[in-house]
Design a protein around this ligand. Sequence first.
Ligand code: ZN
Length: 302
Amino acid sequence: MADVKIIDVSPRDGLQNEPNLVSTSDKERLIKLLLDAGLSSVEVTSFVHPLKVPQMADASEVLKAVANFEDLKAIALIPNLKGYERAKEHQLSEVNWVSSATETFNQKNIGLTIDENFNQFELLVKHANKDGIKTCFSIAVSFGCPYEGEVSEEHVLRLVERARNVGVDRIGIADTIGIATPNQVERLMKKVLEIAGEIPVGIHLHDTRGLGSANAYAAYQAGVRIFETAVSGIGGCPFAPGAAGNLATEDLVYLFHRMNIETGLNFDKLLDAADFAASLSSKQPLGRIRHIEREHTRGNLL
Ligand code: ZN
């Protein structure tokens, strides 16, 4: 029995900003490798407008390609109700809707005010409930915004409360630009968990400044048991200037396993998935453990 649940977002967050177009079959292979490592919940794609994020233009094809993957709980990011209409045609476990904690980031990312966006989300919950698809409400830039700087905890907590009140199935708190510090994470996540009550809460971490693992541990200490990461630490948000990759799944799993916190994942197979993800990225991915482990295997390190 796993103590924590890790959701890998590499096929979506990891690849959305990748300038080299990754083929649908390579995305399918990445998802298969993640599944083989024990990652059953995977954010596989986004139904964002293809002109806005060309890398996600094959959202439908990706979902068709993985439809027969046994045990896969596919999650898709949905930026608007139009995206939901396309997404619901597929076998999906959950749709992930994003709001920002600040108005400026919401305008840049989604083109709506936070209230306008939330009204759409309320409709989404009604549709998704009818269609038997779970919903997640993710709050971007919860720990700091590239446009507005510091983010008031009140803004985040009010959104958590509103999402809870409309019957969301999961809440995600995102450090979109990797600016959070461990004390900030622990403080905010304790408050979020209290307001969310029975609703599961996850944290979505970027490792921009090398604090991803420290922040994950702080979240764990606060009581968070769901973590969103990407193998090999690929990725970054196209609408967040300076946003680097996600916290690497294998770096977090290494940390947890060393502390006897069970993830239910196979670390060696996770490294295979991380190697493949890194091969798809045109940037040097942020993950650290993969290099160390590979050097060990080659006998170059003691
Ligand atoms: Zn992200």
